[in-house]
Write a protein that binds this ligand. Structure first.
Ligand code: FAD
Length: 304
């Protein structure tokens, strides 16, 4: 880690945090404890995910409203267009606009048949994320972030098709891409080079997923086209029943990844927090960010 100390000197790191809307009272407490614990890092924005087909419209909206009314944070709402007509999506966008949202993470969403299954757009819907970006921009001058896939999206036959979709999203008004999570920094670097060669100059912000449960992450990675390097699986080997060691290993893995990206010149990071603060807090600290010291010992969900 000490290798990265010189790389950090004098650099301002920008972070953003992703949360998902809670499904129960307990999850709600965990979410808000995590939000409050991470808020002092002054993120560029905090984003709230959206269930494909609008399944979390109300909870996403409620979470964003609470962020706007109770914190100084700038929320970004995720929005998907799968399984919805254009009118339905536009109505949701209007609802968010009326609530005070000015930033969307605009996404197509997964096929209702499952990740990687052939996507069929709604006959009266937006066909893909690029069309959604255009629709949102036609409605209001939202700030728009979109997805990017360093190891390509599972539906893309090749990288050129994938990057072509990113280009269309940028041409329609997206000003930031957030990547799918990845663990191989070389693949991220190669992807950014490809993107730049295609004439795309918006920030390609790495999406960092601290690993809370290796089995779940490996399973999810398999479905969404992210690779799990052999060394990573090896690090978690035999730790299924040892959560404390697992947490220490997770912290090391995530810190190594982020500090290596800093060495490669990355200054913006998006964290998939999974509504848990501890690992992300530690990584932000390593990045040189500091929250005011309160003198109160940290306990409870925010420490988990
Ligand atoms: P698009 O950008 O429209 O397409 C993705 C890729 O698929 C393209 O790169 C393109 O090459 C390929 N493709 C598209 N159409 C075709 C075609 N006809 N033929 C060949 N290839 C094609 N999902 C949720 O449900 N809710 C969320 O809140 C959410 N948040 C996310 C946040 C981030 C940062 C990321 C990276 C993903 C998120 N997802 C979310 C998952 C996302 O919805 C899925 O990955 C989905 O499968 C693709 O959505 P997209 O916006 O990337 O699609």
């Amino acid at each position: 880690l000490h290798r990265s100390a010189p790389a950090l000197l004098g650099k301002a790191m920008n972070v953003s945090f992703e949360f998902f809307p809670p499904r129960s009272g307990d999850m709600e407490s965990q979410l808000w404890e995590s939000v409050m614990r991470l808020a002092p890092f002054n993120p560029d924005f905090v984003s709230v995910t959206y269930g494909a087909g609008g399944s979390t419209r109300q909870p996403t909206l409620a979470t964003v409203r609470r962020l706007l009314s109770e914190t100084e944070l700038k929320p970004a709402a995720h929005l998907t267009c799968v399984n919805s007509t254009r009118d339905q999506v536009d109505a949701v966008a209007r609802e968010f606009w009326n609530a005070g949202v000015r930033h969307f993470v605009a996404l197509r969403g997964d096929s209702p048949d499952g990740i990687g299954k052939r996507y069929r757009p709604h006959p009266e819907g937006y066909g893909n994320a690029a069309e959604l970006v255009a629709g949102l921009k036609a409605f209001a001058d939202f700030e728009i972030s979109v997805s990017a896939y360093p190891e390509k999206h599972p539906e893309s036959p090749d990288f050129m098709t994938d990057i072509d979709m990113l280009k269309r999203k940028v041409d329609n008004g997206a000003t930031r891409a957030i990547t799918q999570f990845f663990f191989d920094n070389d693949s991220y670097e190669r992807y950014v080079e490809r993107v730049r060669r295609a004439g795309i100059y918006i920030p390609i912000v790495p999406g960092i997923l601290p690993i809370h449960n290796f089995g779940q992450v490996a399973e999810f990675a398999g479905r969404c086209g992210a690779s799990i390097p052999g060394w990573l699986a090896q690090r978690f080997e035999g730790l299924d029943n040892d959560p404390q060691t697992r947490a220490l290993v997770s912290a090391t893995v995530a810190a190594d990844q982020v500090m290596d990206l800093v060495e490669r010149g990355v200054q913006d990071f998006h964290f998939y927090t999974m509504n848990r603060a501890q690992l992300v807090y530690a990584i932000c600290h390593l990045l040189g960010l500091r929250a005011p010291v309160t003198g109160t010992p940290v306990t409870g969900n925010a420490a988990a």
